[in-house]
Design a protein around this ligand. Structure first.
Ligand code: GDP
Length: 519
């Protein structure tokens, strides 16, 4: 296959959902169809959906599992599929946001009984911002849920996206009969009596199903949708303006295979990616380029090696190739690189634009780094960072261990595990996070991986605002705010609360505050 053909068959996506909607169950089903796992349960082993802290630590101890499952690759129907896993727990949503920068499409799983939930809503905002296509799977049809038409309305009303059903449930819960599959013009029978799982529309008249009241209702709904609903429009789907909706039941593996096939038919091939000077890099560009969207500590916590996950944007990866690390301007050699074929890690056979490779890292890379050969001289657009909401002050318990303490902080910050700040004049270390669990994992990893016990003093919630250095006077710092600098030395205030911030604004009406550094 030519490089172009290789790239054209890549399909790279992430599954987003609120915990418990069924993301893990669907992922396992997809892997099964791809021949990647023989039994369900493999992905479950590392499920981080509703875990308690202790579960997380145990999972972390078995890093092997989590590293290999972060990216799952398999071949199906002539396509090479890359599924990127995203942590379920909202405390790690920053990780998810960055992962969403590395995919070309998203699959949104919704629990039919719950409709759109908070975490789905949050993650959808990121997807929407990137204008990538979103495919919706409404799950758990084997149980009673909301009315299908109401679920479609929720997509429109809560998420603000138009929808087009690709199939329609015939009954649900105890009365679930199957799916009316518009796209394939057939009925998919939930409990086929004589192995007749698929009944083409043309033959349904002779089938017992045609006398079923739920079937009649579905046909009525389908007609209504045909008259009043949205039409399938591939262009609108690819622009992220219209979401194709599939109903199904992951647990009973019903409707999942049809979903996969239809998804692969319409999901986009690898897309272009923008640099900071607004140039779009085409995946077919033969020069290799890519960016680091995630760094994960490696299997053995005693070794401080890590894996930098690189989304290839253009060209082809070749073992041992030298690439430019644009942040430092240095050449790095990509020799120790893995690929994620299903549940094993393998040396890379063939990785091209659209694929994810894992680069062995001893501290060279940071989240957001651009790697490139050839003419690309400006980095890709930065990954989104999220303004932390809670803060702690940290110091080393044992002053003799300053060195490992510093090293640990530096590396974990590079991984994007937490965000680092220092008090402006006294240089004390402050950490910011979106969720408390990030601090707990940080503390645990500092001890286990860097042998550095830390003292962590909670500072609680803060409102963060950056300030133009030219407008800063150190006297502005008071008991109600902390003056600090971020890791790029940009000054900012951590206000006790919004009230303290407004008080500040009243007192210094000419000083401008920013929600991010943009001077
Ligand atoms: P995740 O947190 O989104 O990864 O959700 P899981 O895949 O772990 O599923 C959460 C729970 O819902 C588990 O108990 C699953 O067995 C169950 N579940 C998943 N899919 C279905 C389904 O189609 N029907 C029913 N009845 N339960 C399901």
């Amino acid at each position: 296959m030519s490089l172009q053909e290789e790239i054209k068959i890549r399909r790279t996506f992430a599954i987003i959902s609120h915990p418990d909607a069924g993301k893990t169950t669907i992922t396992e089903q997809l892997l099964k169809f791809g021949g990647a796992i023989r039994e369900a349960g493999t992905v479950k082993a590392r499920k981080s959906g509703n875990f308690a802290k202790s579960d997380w630590m145990d999972i972390e101890k078995e890093r092997g599992i989590s590293v290999t499952s972060s990216v799952m690759q398999f071949d199906y129907a002539g396509k090479r599929v890359n599924i990127l896993d995203t942590p379920g727990h909202e405390d790690f949503s920053e990780d998810t946001y960055r992962t969403l920068m590395a995919v070309d499409a998203a699959v949104m799983v919704i629990d039919s009984a719950k409709g759109i939930e908070t975490q789905t809503k949050k993650l959808f905002q990121v997807v929407k911002h990137r204008h990538i296509p979103v495919f919706t799977f409404i799950n758990k049809l084997d149980r009673d849920g909301l009315e299908p038409l109401d679920l479609l309305s929720e997509l429109e009303d809560i998420l603000g996206i138009s929808s087009v059903p690709m199939n329609w449930p015939i009954g649900m819960g105890k009365n679930f009969q199957g799916l009316y599959d518009f796209d394939n013009e057939r009925i998919e029978v939930y409990q086929p009596a004589d192995g007749e799982r698929y009944v083409p529309f043309s033959e349904v008249g002779g089938h017992t199903l045609s006398k079923n009241p739920f079937y009649e209702q579905a046909v009525e709904d389908a007609e209504l949708l045909r008259d009043a609903g949205n039409e399938f429009d591939k262009k609108a789907v690819l622009a992220g303006e219209l979401t194709p909706v599939f109903f199904g039941s992951a647990l009973t593996s019903f409707g999942v295979q049809t979903f996969l096939e239809t998804f692969l038919k319409f999901a986009p091939e690898p897309g272009k990616h923008k640099t900071i000077d607004d140039v779009e890099i085409d995946p077919m560009n033969p020069d290799f380029s890519g960016f680091v969207f995630k760094i994960q500590a490696n299997m053995d916590p005693k070794h401080r090696d890590r894996i930098a996950f690189v989304r290839i944007v253009s060209g082809k990866f070749e073992r041992g190739m030298s690439v430019n690390l644009l942040r430092t301007g240095k050449q790095v050699k990509l020799s120790n690189v893995t690929q994620f074929m299903a549940d094993t890690r393998e040396n890379v056979q063939n990785a091209v634009a659209g694929d994810i490779i894992g680069v062995y890292d001893t501290g060279t890379y940071q989240v957001g780094d651009t790697l490139a050969t050839g003419k690309l001289k400006t980095a890709f657009e930065p990954l989104p960072t999220f303004t932390p909401e809670i803060f702690v002050k940290v110091s080393a318990r044992n002053v003799m261990k300053q060195k490992s303490f510093q090293k640990g902080i530096e590396q974990l910050v590079q991984e994007g595990a937490v965000q680092l700040y220092r008090t402006y004049t006294t240089n004390e270390i402050l950490l910011g996070a979106v969720g408390q669990l990030q601090f707990e994992v940080f503390k645990d990893r500092m001890e286990r991986e860097y042998n550095a016990e830390i003292i962590m003093t909670p500072l609680g919630n803060k409102t963060v605002r950056w300030i133009n250095p030219a407008e800063l006077d150190e006297k502005m710092s008071s008991s109600r705010n902390i003056l600090a600098r971020d890791r790029f030395d940009h000054p900012l205030f951590l206000f006790e609360n919004d009230f303290a911030m407004r008080w500040f604004i009243d007192k210094y009406p000419d000083v401008r505050l920013f929600t991010e550094f943009n001077v």
